[in-house]
Design a protein around this ligand. Structure first.
Ligand code: AMP
Ligand code: GLY
Length: 410
């Protein structure tokens, strides 16, 4: 099969890497660190299957445009992509599907928004309704910061039109889990669960980021947890989408929180997670191209199979990520890192200057280690990360640390 992956990040590199086990792969536009990258726009690529990585082209209707020309596409149309494109719409759909989520309200005027905020205590959560490149969520214990954010979001000064409607939620606490379900419009199968580390610094200190690392599998995500998520969230959601005339073929990414009152769906995304993909897909034993093609044709017939071992992915980010990432720093040690047995380096924000890879974005690389246990996988990932450097490189040192400790003491 000839597969075109659309996108340019670490997620797309991991997808392309796994697809290349059985298929010829092109990545549009990709980046200088991803083999098979082509400058040709997806509409002009000749492929048997298109796999669309990021949310923005999905929300913009790329899947619809390709399908209208008879192409086989993995990724929802603009109608289904609203799940991620409008948090208010998503929350409404969750309520209709009976999926447990955080109590919330959606507002376009400041007076009602602040009145709702008054009903919240201790932990305040403010979200842009629309897409804000992963930056539109504020979670804070500081009441005045929350109040200020409501004003800045609604006025458009913080996130332009994406914030002119805000979603305010009760703040929940507990461990988080990402489950990516592959959907064919009617049926859905889960991929192995992963846990993402969203904050910039060790011990979950610092600002929210797109994700600084991940690991899979996750001890709290037992088969029962995943089965009930499929039964109580994913399938009812697909049923409501269908009732609204939406044929959802792509990934439904469920961001879950295990609160003291039980699991809650915090968010749906309409694409693979980044960096979750970089730890889930390397563990896949089944053929990824076959799986995605079966979803795209509406005919999933098998549950994907995963290796028993573990994968740990550590994101290496540029200086001053996430506020104002510095770019143009030469990346040292990529080859040495790739030679560490069990390690794979996935390239995201990288560019090429005079034949040398340089930093070109916030999250630059994800270094994934795979091994028999989470401890082995973690050691491999960090051994490879130690080979890599550039001025100001940032990474967390505690990715999967607690899981490894538990495994060693438990
Ligand atoms: P979202 O894009 O909606 O997933 O939010 C990004 C991150 O913000 C989540 O992964 C959580 O870490 C945090 N978050 C979102 N909603 C809540 C909530 N209601 N309570 C506490 N944290 C939240
Ligand atoms: N890692 C979080 C996301 O992909 O949205």
């Amino acid at each position: 099969m000839r597969v075109c992956v659309v996108g340019s990040g670490g997620r797309e590199h991991a997808l392309a890497h796994a697809l290349a086990r059985s298929s010829e792969v092109l990545v549009s536009p990709g980046n200088p660190g991803i083999p098979g990258s082509v400058a040709t726009p997806p509409e002009e690529v000749d492929a048997d299957l298109f796999v669309i990585g990021p949310e923005q082209p999905l929300v913009d209707g790329l899947a619809d445009r390709l399908r209208s020309r008879g192409e086989l596409v993995f990724g929802p149309g603009a109608d289904g992509a609203r799940l991620e494109g409008s948090k208010a719409w998503m929350k409404d759909l969750l309520a209709e599907a009976g999926v447990p989520t955080a109590r919330h309200g959606a507002f376009t005027d400041e007076t009602s928004a602040l009145a709702f905020l008054d009903q919240m205590h201790d932990l305040f959560v403010i979200k842009t309704d629309g897409l804000a490149a992963g930056k539109g969520v504020l979670v804070t214990t500081d009441r005045s910061e929350a109040t200020a954010a409501v004003g800045e979001y609604l006025s458009g000064t913080a996130f332009g039109d994406a914030g002119r409607r805000v979603v305010i939620e009760e703040g929940l606490t507990g461990p988080e889990l990402s489950v990516l379900a592959i959907c064919d419009g009617i049926k859905a199968v889960p991929l192995a669960p992963a846990q993402d580390f969203k904050r910039l610094g060790d011990s979950d200190e610092g600002p929210n980021t797109g994700g600084m690392g991940a690991f899979s599998p996750v001890p709290i995500a037992t088969n029962d947890v995943v089965d009930s998520l499929m039964e109580e969230a994913v399938l009812p959601t697909l049923a409501v989408l269908r009732a609204r005339g939406i044929d959802y073929r792509g990934v439904l990414y469920c961001g879950l929180m295990f609160t003291p009152d039980g699991p809650r769906v915090l968010e749906y995304n309409v694409r693979f997670g980044d960096p979750e993909t970089q730890v889930v897909v390397p563990r896949l034993n089944s053929d990824l191209a076959d799986l995605l093609a079966s979803a795209a044709t509406g005919s999933i017939s098998e549950e994907p199979m995963f290796e028993d071992g573990a994968a740990v992915g550590v994101v290496c980010a540029s200086q001053d990520y996430p506020s104002s990432p510095r770019t143009g720093d030469p990346i040292i040690g990529l080859n040495a890192a790739s030679e560490v047995d069990g390690a794979t380096v996935f390239c995201a924000g990288v560019g090429m200057v005079d034949g040398h890879l340089v930093t070109a974005g916030g999250r630059v690389l994800t270094v994934t280690g795979t091994g028999g246990t989470v401890t082995d996988a973690r050691d491999i990932a960090y051994t490879a990360v130690a080979e890599i450097s550039w001025p100001g490189m940032q990474y967390r040192t505690d990715i999967a640390g607690a899981a490894a400790n538990e495994a060693n003491t438990g």
